[in-house]
Design a protein around this ligand. Structure first.
Ligand SMILES: [Zn+2]
Ligand SMILES: [Zn+2]
Length: 302
C-alpha cells in the first residue's frame, strides 16, 4: 500500500509539474518574442524619425540650391541651358553632403535621389520629386514623394538673374542700376530695380492704390508679383524672351521724367518685340512710373 501510495503521489506531482514547466517555457518564449518585437519596434521608430528629420531638411536644401545657382548667375552673367537640370544637380550635390553627415551621426544607411524639378502654378514655388531609401539593421523605408517648396527663405535669398542677363547693370546693395549703354531705351538710364525675389505682401494687387504709402512700400522693397506675361524663375535663368508658365513681374523705377515712355515693368522693357508705352504716373513726390492701362488696372490705379 505504502509503495502504491508513493507511486501515486509521485505521478500526481509529476503531472502537476509538467503543465507548470510548460507554462514557464511558454511565458519565457513569449517574453523573448516580446523583447524581439520591442527592439524591432524601437529600430523601426528610430528609422522613421530620422527619415522624417532628413525629409524636413530637403525644403531648406532646395532653397539653398536655388539660391546658390541664381547667385552664381549674378556673377557669371551667363544664361543656363537647362535651369531645372542645373538646380537638380546642385540639389543632389547638397543632399549627398547631408546624407554623409546622417550616415555618420545616426548610424543608418540613407540615400535620396532627386527625380525631377519643375514649375508649379504658383511662381513663388517650385516642385521637386524624390525617392528616399533608408535602412538600419532591422528595418527599411523606401518612399517617392513630390513636394512644393516655397522660394521664400531669408537665409537663402533667390536672386533674379534677368537684369544681369538682359542689361548692363551695377549692384548697389539691394538694387541694380541700369547703365546708359544698355539696349533699354535711354529713358531708363540710371533706372533701378530689385534683384532678390520677394513676394509682394499685398495679395490683392488693387491694394497698391489704397494710398501713396502702400504703393511706395512695394516699390521701396522691390517686390515681385504674379504675372501671366512675366517670366518664371526657370525662364529667367535661361534668359528666355517669353514664358508659357505662370511668371513674375517687378517694377523698374525710372529717374528720367517725360510724358510717356515704355511701361516700367521688367517683362515689357526686356521684351524687344513687344514693348508698349505707359503714361507718366506719380506715386509720391519723388517716385513715378510709366504705366499702361492694363498695369494701372492691375494695381488698382484705374
Ligand atoms: Zn507690390
Ligand atoms: Zn517659364
Amino acid at each position: 500500500m505504502k509503495n502504491n501510495q508513493g507511486y501515486i503521489t509521485t505521478t500526481l506531482i509529476l503531472l502537476m509539474i509538467i503543465p507548470a514547466l510548460m507554462i514557464i517555457l511558454i511565458t519565457l518564449d513569449q517574453n523573448q518574442h516580446h523583447t524581439q518585437q520591442t527592439s524591432t519596434q524601437i529600430e523601426n521608430d528610430k528609422l522613421t524619425k530620422t527619415t522624417q528629420t532628413y525629409k524636413d531638411e530637403i525644403t531648406q536644401q532646395t532653397q539653398k540650391a536655388v539660391s546658390e545657382v541664381t547667385q552664381n548667375q549674378t556673377q557669371t552673367k551667363k544664361p543656363l541651358k537647362d535651369a531645372k537640370q542645373t538646380i537638380k544637380q546642385q540639389l543632389q550635390k547638397n543632399l549627398n553632403t547631408k546624407t554623409q553627415q546622417y550616415q555618420k551621426t545616426h548610424n543608418i544607411q540613407i540615400e535620396c535621389i532627386i527625380n525631377q524639378v519643375k514649375q508649379t502654378n504658383d511662381p513663388f514655388k517650385i516642385e521637386i520629386n524624390y525617392t528616399i531609401n533608408a535602412a538600419n539593421k532591422k528595418s527599411q523605408i523606401t518612399q517617392t514623394t513630390s513636394q512644393q517648396v516655397t522660394l521664400e527663405n531669408n537665409k537663402y535669398p533667390i536672386y533674379d538673374p534677368q537684369p544681369f542677363l538682359k542689361a548692363k547693370v551695377i549692384k548697389q546693395q539691394n538694387i541694380v542700376r541700369y547703365k546708359t549703354n544698355t539696349n533699354l531705351t535711354s529713358t531708363y538710364n540710371d533706372a533701378y530695380s530689385g534683384y532678390i525675389i520677394h513676394k509682394c505682401p499685398y495679395s490683392d494687387y488693387h491694394e497698391h492704390a489704397n494710398s501713396n504709402q502702400t504703393f511706395n512700400y512695394c516699390l521701396k522693397n522691390h517686390y515681385y508679383h504674379i504675372s501671366h506675361d512675366g517670366l518664371c524663375l526657370f525662364c529667367r535663368m535661361e534668359n528666355q524672351t517669353t514664358c508659357p508658365h505662370n511668371g513674375l513681374e517687378t517694377f523698374i523705377i525710372p529717374v528720367f521724367k517725360t510724358q510717356k515712355a515704355i511701361t516700367s515693368i521688367d517683362h515689357v522693357l526686356f521684351n524687344q518685340t513687344n514693348q508698349y508705352n505707359g503714361q507718366y504716373t506719380q506715386i509720391d513726390d519723388t517716385t513715378y512710373l510709366y504705366l499702361d492701362k492694363g498695369h494701372k488696372n492691375k494695381y488698382g490705379l484705374l
